[in-house]
Ligand binder design. Structure first.
Ligand code: ZN
Length: 141
């Protein structure tokens, strides 16, 4: 049986691997938590926010519907990479911010393409377009 702890470990190690493989030149300079969110959102697959309590940190939350077995692994990778890109571009983190807006000018896509993710972006967008709505409806409750 796959437990919630297994899912949490899976997500954390996946995020660590993606950082290692794609952003090793940058480094994680502030506290970063990557976890499953609790909200089965229809529209938000992942998001990042800053935690400004005692020390500056960031938290990435991934839509729990992405645990669903009919969601291809590359879609989860894609969502994680999107949020990690925000992190390294200084949105929701204290990395240096070179852009004013997190999405304007396709800066996330450009960064992902620089890492060789063009094909995965396209595949993922296609899968999301064709299957996400159904995934939400059948796994709502
Ligand atoms: Zn975004």
């Amino acid at each position: 049986m796959v437990t919630n702890t297994d899912y949490d470990k899976y997500l954390a190690s996946k995020a660590a691997a993606l950082i290692r493989e794609n952003f090793s030149d940058r480094g994680v300079i502030n506290f970063l938590v990557v976890k499953w969110g609790t909200k089965k959102s229809k529209r938000v697959l992942g998001h990042i926010k800053a935690i400004k309590t005692s020390e500056f940190g960031s938290i990435i939350e991934i839509n729990p519907l992405l645990k669903n077995l009919n969601v291809p692994e590359y879609v989860l990778d894609y969502v994680l990479m999107h949020e990690l890109t925000h992190y390294f571009q200084g949105f929701g983190s204290n990395h240096e911010r070179k852009h004013k807006h997190p999405h304007r000018g396709g800066i996330v896509e450009k960064e992902l393409e620089r890492h060789g993710w063009k094909e995965i972006i396209e595949k993922s967008e296609k899968w999301i377009k064709e299957n996400w709505k159904e995934t939400v409806i059948t796994n709502r409750n």
